[in-house]
Design a protein around this ligand. Structure first.
Ligand code: RP5
Length: 164
């Protein structure tokens, strides 16, 4: 298998329902990836090790999803110059607004690119990673253009029901 280009990490296996949407996009585009649980507060040493190895492993981006006090994306970004794409996972009590604020409100100096709460954010983070890789890969850019074109055609084909 090709070297991993994009790492997909999450704070818990309970995030998988959301984060699998990122993996599905990476598979669709044939981007070499890995997916694993790397919890910031339950396994902080592993999280640091993952971030510290990212450059040497040649990762282009890390997609990091977490819910609640979602410090995983920010802490990864603190430990690696590899771009971190943060996905707020919907939480039980605050529906992911807490996750969104935790990820998007990074203080100046250590950015995390932050996406929408939930499945749309996970899929878009992966599409963003594909777009990053496509800058140096014309074949991948063609695939991305075709993906966009298919969406355009689907939208053009939409019809509306009669007024009830
Ligand atoms: C976070 O706590 C995870 O990212 C998850 O969204 C949340 C709840 O984790 P579990 O209690 O379901 O393992 O670290």
């Amino acid at each position: 298998m090709a070297d991993v280009q994009v790492g997909v990490v999450m704070g818990s296996s309970s995030d998988w329902d959301t984060m699998q949407h990122a993996v599905q996009i990476l598979e669709q585009f044939g981007v070499a990836h890995e997916a694993r649980v790397v919890s910031a507060h339950r396994m902080p040493d592993d999280m640091f090790a993952y971030a510290e190895a990212a450059t040497a492993r040649g990762l282009t981006a890390i997609i990091a999803g977490a819910g609640g006090a979602a410090h995983l994306p920010g802490m990864l970004a603190a430990k690696t110059p590899v771009p971190v794409l943060g996905v707020p996972v919907a939480s039980k009590h605050l529906q992911g607004v807490d996750s969104l604020h935790s990820i998007v409100q990074m203080p100046k100096g250590v950015p995390v690119a932050t996406f929408a709460i939930g499945a749309a954010g996970a899929a878009n983070a992966a599409l963003f990673a594909v777009a990053m890789l496509a800058n140096g890969n014309p074949a991948l850019r063609e695939k991305l253009n075709a993906f966009r074109a298919a969406q355009t055609e689907a939208a053009r084909a939409m019809t509306l029901p009669p007024v009830a």
